[in-house]
Design a protein. Structure first.
Length: 128
């Protein structure tokens, strides 16, 4: 495996491992997003993914924009590292109030991270 790819896979492994470990320390859910809107969101996401997969032949998403050089590999690694750092920071900051769905937790606390990013967890994952 190429060094930048190995680095990115290692970073993702650390993030996924930390999410799994910290998932056991979340607060109990008092109210959560109803099933119907959640399913609608998931179906729309699946349709968008399906349409993007079909667009590979039309738009050539698999074609490189930048040449495969050491500086671009380092830049890519840096962007992955920064994006995953933001995602981890958001997860730690949210602490026990974190949830993959829209929920209201017991003893819910308002956090101030939204002043810096609209959705830091998503923002970090998108950067990576």
């Amino acid at each position: 495996m190429d060094a930048p790819i190995t680095f990115a896979v290692g970073c993702w492994g650390v993030v996924i491992g930390s999410w799994i470990v910290t998932a056991f320390s979340v607060k109990r859910t008092r109210a959560q997003q109803p099933l119907r809107p959640r399913l609608l969101y998931l179906v729309l996401t699946a349709v968008a993914a399906f349409l993007l997969i079909g667009s590979v032949r039309i738009i050539h998403w698999n074609r490189a924009i930048l040449p495969d050089t050491v500086p671009t590999g380092i830049l890519g690694d840096f962007l992955v590292l920064i994006g995953l750092f933001i995602a981890l920071w958001a997860r730690v900051t949210l602490g026990g109030d974190w949830s993959p769905r829209v929920t209201l937790k017991e003893d819910h606390e308002l956090r101030v991270i939204r002043r810096k990013f609209a959705s830091p967890r998503v923002h970090g994952a998108i950067k990576a």
